[in-house]
Design a protein around this ligand. Structure first.
Ligand SMILES: Nc1nc2c(ncn2[C@@H]2O[C@H](COP(=O)(O)OP(=O)(O)OP(=O)(O)O)[C@@H](O)[C@H]2O)c(=O)[nH]1
Ligand SMILES: [Mg+2]
Ligand SMILES: [Zn+2]
Length: 272
């Protein structure tokens, strides 16, 4: 719908609830107010400012598949962002019709306590189960380009409402088919937001607690670290590092955490 904003500060994003006036003539509606958001997914825009890309979702679904090769850093960031904004998270492992071996990393997410649902948008496998899971939720579908977010939404809707694309000729990358966020209503209840799968939509993590919340398997060990404010990197008597050494915490998950930690600490450093 066309609208005019009453103020330049009013920039609604997909999922926003707004108050607006409809005018009797053919002129566009007048946007008066954006209501308080219950959740937000944020990223850093080209100008370095933080922008919200989706709002008011109750479930964040990270869509990944064997093809293109999963971007675990993006998946981890999204899982951290979900924890940070207080929403549920779901990892959708798509394209199981390809019958490729599931990566060990997928099991590690499950063992860490994340809910994983393996489906196929193309073959329709477990799409009804997915629909039941999404019922009554406002879900954001996020994840790298080509994972099949739009295809899954089409499969859930039973029609081609969301444009789905192709992978590049090598099958290694998606083609960034979805250009902007769009919301769809599911036939059995619930709403889904389809996000573009561009890497620049990486959520920003500005709170150390959010990063830690993305690695719930650390927490039983973290309470045993010598220092209460241990960052589990190289501190003496770090119980998380000991658990990694002992194979109780997967080394790959810990390496992923260190990437986010480093970036978080660099962002905090004052620019000179
Ligand atoms: N084999 C197989 N291919 C799939 C499946 N789901 C999606 N694809 C294919 O994966 C490619 C990308 O699908 P999209 O739905 O456009 O992926 P997307 O995540 O929306 O991508 P962006 O909009 O670029 O972020 C298309 O060629 C789809 O046909 C599936 O379950 N199995
Ligand atoms: Mg898409
Ligand atoms: Zn520690």
């Amino acid at each position: 719908m066309d609208y005019l904003a009453a103020s330049r500060r009013h920039k609604p994003v997909c999922g926003d609830r707004v108050r607006f006036d409809i005018r009797n003539d053919d002129s566009p509606a007048l946007l008066r107010e954006i209501l308080a958001r219950r959740s937000e997914l944020k990223r850093t825009g080209a100008n370095g400012r933080t922008e919200v890309v989706a709002a008011n979702f109750s479930l964040l679904a990270v869509v990944a598949a064997t093809e293109p090769a999963p971007d675990y850093e993006l998946a981890d960031r999204l899982l951290c962002a979900a924890a940070g904004t207080g929403t549920e998270a779901l990892l959708i492992w798509n394209k199981i019709d390809l019958r490729r071996k599931r990566p060990a990393r997928l099991r590690e997410y499950q063992r860490a306590g994340f809910e994983v649902l393996a489906v196929s948008a193309l073959a329709g496998t477990r799409i009804r189960r997915l629909a039941r899971r999404l019922k009554g939720q406002a879900t954001v579908f996020a994840g790298q380009s080509g994972g099949g977010k739009s295809s899954l939404i089409n499969s859930l809707l039973g029609c081609e409402a969301a444009a789905a694309g192709e992978l590049s000729a090598t099958g290694r990358t998606g083609r960034h088919t979805t250009a902007s966020a769009a919301m769809h209503t599911l036939p059995n209840g619930g709403r889904v937001i389809d996000l573009p799968g561009v890497r620049s939509l990486m959520p920003v993590l500005t709170d150390y607690g959010d990063i830690l919340a993305g690695y719930p398997e650390f927490s039983p060990h973290a309470s045993e670290c010598r220092f209460a404010n241990c960052r589990h990197r190289n501190e003496p008597d770090c119980a998380v590092l000991a658990a990694v050494e002992a194979g109780k915490v997967p080394a790959g998950r810990h390496a992923g955490y260190l990437i986010l930690l480093r970036e978080f600490e660099q962002a905090l450093r004052p620019v000179v």
